[in-house]
Design a protein around this ligand. Structure first.
Ligand SMILES: Nc1ccn([C@@H]2O[C@H](COP(=O)(O)OP(=O)(O)O)[C@@H](O)[C@H]2O)c(=O)n1
Ligand SMILES: [Ca+2]
Length: 491
């Protein structure tokens, strides 16, 4: 008669069932507890009130990772119809109204339940800096109008203010390096070159610059545990639209009726008003006395002569520092790769010159041919581009080369370190993202604590260990298994 082991059936079954349930529960709890929360997103909105136009940017990031890195992305952008807010000096309320369509668009892009917690910022740059210098009362009225419009939105309005040139340069640098993932990884940084309509910024880190020479050009950051001393400078009036005015002011000092301009195409001819040309603090003190009301702006299309005229916009004579860029402004030795965005990109893209593997000599040759092309041909080749913009690419291309080479001291070798960029990983290069990251404290000073294992590795290890424990357990209770009991009996 078989002797029945009183332990083996009910006990092993119960132990096994409890063991399985315990392991499943352990793994489930561990996995659920540490699982990234369902992907919920947060949003931030920044309006870039530039001299020529206003753009609205919506940024998005996973809700549980406010403090983490490389995750903020541009979700949408909207270009405000009409000119920049500084152009509404004679009718400030219209500056506020102009923002309405883009604000509505933003309401559609940001999920309704996030509206009230979405920070909304407006930063104004050189157009408003000039208006502020010209007429503070009017610039305050324009700010009041845009504030009124933004306060009415369902978002969490955080203020509309004039950015300092230094902030504009530094936040452009933060944007470029954040998007390139250079800050978190502590890699060599990329310099930032921003060309606007009314001002231009250059920002870079140089081993030769510790901030002691010309401290007003230094901005220090501690980001992800790394210290940076950034050199930055903003040249007011050296955006391409104001530089164009300064250059034409050179031509019109004697108040002529006809201006033969080497930076305009042969056959170009347009009647322009002296009062409009000189309506800017960048040139208003040079307005010729007794000039006629208008002048005929005609083109001769000569690149070399255009270069000569453009060079006169810069003052290279005085420098009280160890070295300067221009106008007596300190600049350390250029270092590292550079990203050139905004109008640098728009102009070079139009001229098919964004590829910097094209040598500087070839770039000049191409520009020479372009400037010499008759205006009628240019208009015919670009039927969709507004003639107002089309008329200026020869000047703008020449200005960009002169600013880079003669102004900032790029050489035919270091020119190839420049990348002309519009976007990095889907987000526009510009100061807005860096501005928002700073104001929302989204870049920590110290490197964030990261879990020692990635999530998938953690789940795998918990599962493997649990299964191993279970197998060990089964092996340890093996003598209680039915067939083992039998074998013991036979022996
Ligand atoms: N599609 C575009 C958009 C802007 N732009 C130019 O890019 C510049 C942008 O300057 P901005 O409005 O940001 O002016 P700032 O306040 O930065 O000086 C202006 O000169 C525009 O004419 C362009 O050339 N093509
Ligand atoms: Ca700008």
């Amino acid at each position: 008669m078989k002797e029945k082991n009183p332990w083996h059936t009910p006990v092993t079954i119960i132990i096994t069932v409890i063991g399985v349930i315990a392991i499943v529960a352990l793994v489930t709890v561990a996995v659920l507890q540490n699982m990234p929360l369902l992907q919920k997103y947060k949003y931030g909105i920044v309006l870039d009130a530039g001299s020529s136009h206003t753009s609205l940017y919506i940024y998005e990031w996973p809700a549980e990772k406010d403090n983490n890195t490389g995750r903020v992305e541009q979700k949408h952008s909207c270009t405000v119809d009409g000119p920049g807010i500084s152009s509404y000096a004679s009718a400030p309320p219209k500056a506020g109204e102009s923002l309405r369509a883009c604000m509505r668009e933003a309401e559609e892009w940001v999920p309704k339940k996030r509206h009230h917690e979405t920070p909304l910022y407006l930063g104004a740059t050189a157009g408003m800096r000039l208006l502020d210098m010209e007429n503070k009362v009017v610039s305050d009225k324009v700010f009041e109008a845009v504030k009124g419009a933004l306060e009415k939105s369902p978002f969490s309005y955080q203020g509309a203010r004039l950015l300092k040139g230094q902030e504009e340069g530094a936040f452009g640098w933060v944007t470029v390096n954040y998007l390139d993932d250079r800050l978190k990884q502590g890699l060599e940084t990329t310099g930032a070159l921003d060309l606007g309509g009314a001002s231009t910024q250059i920002s870079f880190v140089s081993d030769n610059y510790d901030g002691s020479e010309s401290p007003s050009n230094s901005v220090t950051f501690r980001l992800y545990g790394n210290d940076y001393t950034l050199y930055t400078h903003s040249f007011l009036c050296y955006g391409k639209d104001q530089a164009q005015r300064i250059r034409l002011a050179e031509h019109t000092q004697s108040g002529p009726k006809i201006v033969a301009d080497p930076c305009s195409h042969p056959g170009y001819s347009e009647t322009k008003k002296y009062s409009v040309l000189y309506d800017s603090p960048c040139v208003s003190d040079r307005k010729p006395q007794g000039a006629p009301e208008t002048f005929d702006h005609t083109g001769t299309g000569n690149f070399q002569e255009c270069q000569e005229v453009v060079k006169k916009v810069f003052n290279f004579t005085k420098c009280k520092y160890s070295q300067c860029s221009f106008n007596g402004v300190f600049q350390p030795i250029l270092q590292g790769p550079f990203g050139a965005f905004s109008a640098y990109y728009f102009v070079m893209d139009f001229l098919n010159l964004t590829d910097t593997s094209i040598t500087l000599e070839d770039v000049k040759e191409k520009l020479k041919l372009y400037c010499a092309t008759p205006w009628s041909q240019i208009v015919q080749q670009h039927p969709k581009t507004k003639p107002k913009y089309l008329a200026e690419y020869c000047f703008s291309g020449t200005y960009i080369l002169t600013l880079l080479i003669d102004g900032y001291n790029f050489t035919s070798v270091s020119y190839s370190d420049i990348r002309f960029i519009k976007k990095i990983k889907g987000s526009d290069a510009g100061w807005t993202l860096g501005y928002m990251l700073n104001l929302t404290n989204m870049i920590p000073a110290e490197a964030p604590d990261t879990p020692p294992l990635p999530y998938a590795g953690y789940v795998s290890i918990v599962t493997i260990i649990a299964v191993l424990i279970f197998i060990l357990f089964l092996v340890s209770v093996r003598p209680l298994w039915p067939h083992c009991s039998k074998q013991q009996q036979i022996v």
